[in-house]
Design a protein around this ligand. Structure first.
Ligand SMILES: *Cc1c(COP(=O)(O)O)cnc(C)c1O
Length: 379
């Protein structure tokens, strides 16, 4: 019998310490390990870039909650992405990326990997025909975000997995926005899941980290080889904090969703709000697909305000409990203006976002306080 999500998050890879009985995996602040004779490694530990027990605990738990064969923890989400690209792609390969990809992911393709001969095309992933038309002989990956940032578009993971596999390509899903509690891409056919664990998995805005989870153990082995060869690993303190966050992911996500639903109701009724973007709304173009592949619809909400950029910026400035800041997925609510903040790097490109857009990361504070703050900020 397999355990449920919360049980895995709390126990997978986290057996009590055999020496002391410590219930929580200790922070192994060590770079190297005493060998019992030359080559006599204890439990396989040799040097902490290759493996560290605190990181192993996190990696085991991440693999368990995503239902994958192998989990790997990195210094940041972008370090995880870079490691994946350099493991599975070679010069002249082609990658399909979301039409509104996370800005840092877009920058990694456009400013770093393009120079090394990796080609990419941004495509609206909700449109399977457009994706099929953009595939070439050289397409190695379809890179998916769903929901997307900041427009909360939805892509059909199972449909895209089919397209990728028919063409001999891999399907990668950046599962940062949904979290493994709400969405299980590997079960829908994805080959690799990417996370910025900085966001919901860590959940407390106190650590930067990233992860890869591979469905198959052979790809997991190749990724682990490159993780060690390239070296962008999560340190033991960061791994410990991230694992601490992961334990409560399920209860936090349910509260994020509860609060987001109330915020959406308020925004829908507000005369200054011209559009609310949330996949939980029946009128959202991706609602049916989201309902099929997500348990609930998450804590991210975007909306457009009457009055253009100036009005959107004013709402961001006036909010108090919603803290003006980048990032997302922490217990505290955040507000931001994507056009001038997180997505400034895509201004002028095909990925530019509307100037009157405001993005909320709805936290788990008392919901009435959040509603009062938004009402005041909207004036
Ligand atoms: C933040 C984020 C990343 C990058 O992760 P870092 O931990 O900041 O390097 C990648 N994808 C998405 C969807 C993100 O929100």
């Amino acid at each position: 019998m397999s355990n449920g999500f919360e049980t895995l998050a709390i126990h997978a890879g986290q057996e009590p310490d055999p020496v002391t009985g410590a219930v929580v995996p200790p922070i192994y602040a060590t770079s190297t390990y005493k060998q019992d004779g030359v080559g006599g490694l204890r439990s396989g530990y040799e040097y902490s870039r290759s493996a560290n027990p605190t990181r192993t605990a996190l990696e085991t738990a991440l693999a368990a909650v995503e239902g994958g064969a192998r989990g790997l923890a990195f210094a940041s989400g972008l370090a995880a992405e870079d490691t994946l690209l350099r493991t599975v792609c070679k010069p002249q390969d082609h990658v399909i990326i979301p039409g509104d990809a996370y800005g840092g992911t877009y920058r990694l393709f456009a400013k770093v990997h393009e120079r090394w001969g990796l080609h990419y095309d941004p495509v609206p992933l909700h449109d399977l025909d457009a994706v099929a038309a953009a595939m070439t002989q050289k397409t190695r990956l379809i890179w998916v975000e769903t929901p997307t940032n900041p427009l909360l578009g939805i892509a059909d993971i199972a449909g895209l997995a089919q397209l990728a596999h028919d063409a001999g390509a891999l399907l990668v899903v950046d599962n940062t926005f949904a979290s493994p509690y709400l969405q299980q891409p590997l079960a829908l056919g994805a080959d690799v899941v990417v996370h910025s664990t900085t966001k919901y998995v860590g959940g407390h805005s106190d650590v930067v980290g990233g992860a890869l989870v591979a469905a198959a153990s052979d790809l997991g082995e190749e990724l682990a080889y490159h993780q060690n060869a390239m070296g962008a690993v999560a340190g033991p303190f960061d791994a410990w904090l991230t694992l601490r966050g992961l334990k409560t992911l399920g209860v936090r996500m349910d509260r994020h969703c509860d609060n987001a639903e109330r915020v959406v109701d308020l925004l829908l009724a507000h005369p200054r709000v011209t559009d609310v973007l949330y996949p939980g709304l029946p009128e959202h173009p991706g609602h049916e697909v989201a309902a099929k592949q997500m348990k609930r619809f998450g804590g991210m909400v975007s909306f457009r305000v009457d009055g253009g950029e100036a009005a959107a910026v004013e709402v961001c400035d006036k909010a108090e409990l919603f803290t003006l800041g980048e990032s997302l997925g922490g217990v505290e609510s955040l507000i931001e203006h994507p056009g001038r903040m997180t997505h400034a790097s895509v201004a002028g490109s095909k990925l530019e976002v509307p100037a009157d857009l405001v993005r909320l990361s709805v936290g788990i504070e008392t919901v009435d306080d959040l509603l009062a703050d938004l009402t005041r900020a909207l004036g």
